[in-house]
Design a binder for this molecule. Structure first.
Ligand code: NM2
Length: 540
């Protein structure tokens, strides 16, 4: 165990922050819950607009960069080949950025929107029906993927153009902060990023576990209780821990591949045995609706609710603000990964690749899984909304799957898929957390360090699950995401500053060589004139 490799201030800083939040919540669950809800209201009520501005700004910024000179910069040497083909690049990107939550929300998000629609629309009306399948796609669409891509810009730039591998977010903002990065401010940035990721993973794990528990219950008949959920979390950690500890890096790669094929199988099965035409039409129509209402959806905050005396739906805070915060806390981590796999691409290719393939992948999940449920609801075959209101979303998800032919197998496959998704999320998150607290990473972060963060990652979700409802889980991302909002601003600035500097330097590069030459010649001439003069003087 090489203790010198660990960056202890960052290590303990992150651990301290996590314990400082989790322990009081676990010891005083009731007060904790009140406090968490207050924090949620305070953040979303007062700063919701900041999150939405940020989302749209990130989107606009990336489009701008893609079409600017900076977008044509190649990540790597001039003749560097693309390290990965586009299909495997897109698959890896998707696997890194997306976890079990897409199974959860892809299945059930529409049900929330159907009974609690946006824009003051009548619940469960025809209008609500239009927005129910579309809003989920919007929340997993281009703005969301733009948030993911933003940190990848400076990180990839430093990796492949300036050839300085970045493992810490604090290093990626050096062009802006300079020497300040070596002061405690650098530690604070890394700790806040780690805290953000732990909050985001907290939301993910605390949502995914009850869903898996319902699946296990459906297949085995075991009762769903807190012990079962805790065991599920530990099993997910253990799956990856074994592979990490024994150095079987391939283990997790094999799991990711299995995951991809299982996901394709589940989607294809639902599409073929579900209402294929309805799924296709509704998904296509939803895309049109999003294009039409893009800015309306991206900016809606119901400002007249408080001053104009309208009933507040709380929709923007509960959904759009929450989602942008959730994507935000994962973004630096996904950025590190996307940067790593993008050698040989231009910045423009990286930007459009993430935004287009990421969105398309999410459209597939939401379009197929969500519209299968919506069809059950609208045809009256199964009252998903009623069932969900009575038994909760995780149970409703499994109940929807039970409407498929060979449902026993489908529930089992879906549950295994969710377990692998969670295990891979644990794997990559703990990889990044352990890398950030090391001064240097040789091939892999230290094993004990990785295991430590993997198990630490369970702490927050366990506490959240213990005290929590949906709102509490969402709060973890929203609160932990707030500081990340500013770090993202720094990251964007940092990329622009570094790449503009280099572009200028390259432009100046040709003329100065000539310029310097000329100057040299002039200097030479001047010197020789002087020499001549001196010679003359000597002669005199
Ligand atoms: N995002 C994509 O839980 C997961 O699927 C990980 C969640 C940020 C909503 C990412």
């Amino acid at each position: 165990m090489n203790k010198d490799l660990i960056d202890w201030p960052t290590f303990f800083g992150a651990l301290f922050l996590l314990l400082a939040v989790s322990i009081p919540l676990a010891v005083f669950p009731e007060t904790g819950k009140e406090f968490v809800n207050m924090a949620n209201e305070f953040m979303t009520g007062n700063f919701g607009v900041l999150y939405l501005i940020f989302g749209l700004a990130a989107f606009a910024f990336l489009i701008f960069v893609a079409f600017s000179k900076n977008g044509h910069i190649k990540l790597g040497d001039k003749d560097a080949e693309k390290e990965f083909g586009t299909i495997s690049w897109a698959a890896m990107l998707f696997a890194a950025g997306i976890g079990s939550s897409i199974l959860y929300w892809g299945m059930i998000e529409w049900a929330y929107y159907y009974q609690g629609p946006p824009f003051g629309i009548e619940p469960e009306s025809k209008e609500a029906m239009n927005y129910a399948p579309a809003y989920g796609i919007f929340h997993w669409g281009p703005i969301a993927w733009a948030i993911y891509t933003l940190p990848a810009l400076p990180i990839a730039y430093f990796y492949y153009v300036r050839k300085k591998p970045v493992l810490k977010i604090s290093e990626a903002v050096r062009p802006v902060l300079g020497r300040l990065v070596d002061t405690p401010l650098g530690v604070v940035i890394d700790v806040l990023f780690m805290f953000g990721l732990m909050g985001g993973a907290g939301t993910t794990l605390a949502l995914g576990t009850p869903m898996i528990a319902e699946g296990v219950n459906d297949v085995t008949g075991l009762p769903v209780n807190l012990t079962m959920k805790a065991v599920i979390m530990l099993i997910c950690t253990a799956i990856f821990a074994v592979s990490a500890y024994s150095g079987l890096r391939n283990g997790i790669r094999v799991l990711s591949d299995i995951n991809l094929w299982l996901a394709i199988f589940v989607l294809a099965f639902i599409f073929v045995f579900g209402p294929s035409l309805f799924i296709s039409e509704t998904t296509f129509t939803s895309i049109g609706l999003i294009v039409d209402d893009f800015f309306k959806m991206a900016t809606w905050l119901e400002p007249f609710a408080t001053v104009g005396g309208f009933t507040e739906t709380g929709f923007p805070e509960a959904w759009t603000v929450f989602y942008w915060a959730w994507w935000l806390v994962y973004a630096p981590f996904v950025g590190l990964f996307v940067a790593r796999i993008s050698r040989g691409r231009t910045i423009q290719e990286m930007i459009f690749g993430t935004m287009v393939y990421g969105t398309l992948g999410c459209i597939l999940f939401f379009g197929i899984m969500g519209n299968f449920g919506l069809h059950l609801q609208l045809t009256g075959r199964f009252d998903v909304v009623g069932f969900m209101n009575e038994n909760g979303a995780p149970a409703a998800i499994i109940a929807i799957l039970n409407q498929l032919p060979m449902s026993w197998i489908m529930v089992a496959v879906f549950t295994i898929l969710a377990i692998i998704f969670l295990a891979t999320t644990f794997d990559s998150s703990s990889y990044i957390l352990s890398a950030v607290v090391q001064k240097e990473v040789k091939a892999e972060p230290l094993r004990w360090n990785r295991l430590f963060w993997a198990f630490t990652l369970c702490l927050m979700p366990l506490v959240l699950m213990f005290i929590g409802d949906l709102q509490t889980l969402q709060t973890a991302s929203i609160v932990a995401g707030f500081p990340v909002l500013f770090i993202m601003g720094l990251l964007a600035w940092s990329f622009m500053r570094a790449s503009n500097e280099d572009i200028r330097a390259t432009k100046d590069y040709q003329p100065p060589t000539i310029h310097i030459d000329r100057q040299d010649k002039r200097r030479k001439k001047r010197r020789s004139a002087l020499e001549v003069l001196e010679d003359r003087n000597l002669d005199d």
